[in-house]
Design a protein around this ligand. Structure first.
Ligand code: ZN
Length: 155
């Protein structure tokens, strides 16, 4: 990562962790809620999704923890709001590829926008869990019919 990119990365992460977007809860029959827990860092994220048919009509989160976990969640809500379940799954897969460096789907990565800045966490395995926490909760929220919990210790 060059200096310019590193500065951009830091300012984007700080901005989102200090002023999280779509912060809050959603409740109702058409809403799913999954709690994500990353004990190795102490991050906790609650992801809320309101589904309208196949569409993620609203995506919100609450949580506490390190800047990467909160910024990743904040950027994720912005990126996935209004997408179909299929699109959300593809973006989640592309994001996983970027932060783990495995099974990369370069054709889908451009659509991630500033989330691509999180590629830097690849070098820090413990941070990968922080970056993925909200996404794992989101994937569970849209793939099942029940609310639940995910923990980074499970995989
Ligand atoms: Zn963390």
């Amino acid at each position: 990562m060059n200096d310019e990119l590193r500065e951009l990365y830091q300012s984007v992460i700080l901005d989102h962790s200090r002023k999280p977007r779509n912060y809050g809860e959603l409740h109702g029959d058409d809403c799913r809620h999954v709690h994500g827990d990353n004990p190795s860092c102490g991050d906790e994220i609650d992801v809320f999704v309101r589904l309208d048919g196949d569409k993620l009509a609203e995506v919100k989160f609450t949580g506490q923890g390190c800047a990467i976990s909160q910024a990743s969640a904040s950027m994720m809500t912005q990126k996935l709001k209004g997408r179909s379940r299929d699109e959300a799954g593809k973006l989640a897969g592309a994001f996983r590829g970027i932060v783990t460096g495995e099974n990369r789907d370069t054709s889908a990565e451009d659509a991630l926008g500033e989330l691509q800045l999180l590629e830097g966490v690849q070098q820090f395995p413990a941070r990968v869990k922080c970056a993925m926490l909200a996404w794992r909760a989101l994937e569970q929220a849209v793939s099942t019919d029940v609310s639940g919990n995910v923990s980074t210790e499970e995989s």
